[in-house]
Design a protein around this ligand. Sequence first.
Ligand code: ZN
Length: 159
Amino acid sequence: MTPEQKNNLIEAFDAFLSKKHLRHTPERRAVLEKVVEITGSFSAADIHDILQAENLTLSLATIYSTFALIEEFGIIRRQDYSRRKALYERTGNSPKTFRATNQCHLICTSCGKTRIVTDADLTRYVAGLIFPRFTTTHTSINIYGICPSCNRKNKSKKQ
Ligand SMILES: [Zn+2]
């Protein structure tokens, strides 16, 4: 994301908060900035740790409530398939791209870690699928398996 895209996003989020008659707090701004900078899936604890490293301590409750706002704003989505902890992912660089985003997730069935990958051909194919009397808003592709680090652990156990 370019600095310009980031500034536009922050401005749009401020406008979103104003519309909802919510205050523009430094805490909300800090969480949004970290969510925008992070790649891959993340949890409230991840954001908490990143902010803490910058000497900003927020409660997990504050982070979760801000996640809920950012989700409503339209740039993150909670991944419901990870039962171990609530993981979120960014769905685009602006709320406008939210519905058009087609992401593919590689989900490790051993540790629950998720990696987001994009495949242009797969995305184009899925976006072109039309189902009778069904309006597609967005798609999500989940591929389950064993991640490289779990594969390594399994291998070293066998030796
Ligand atoms: Zn794993």
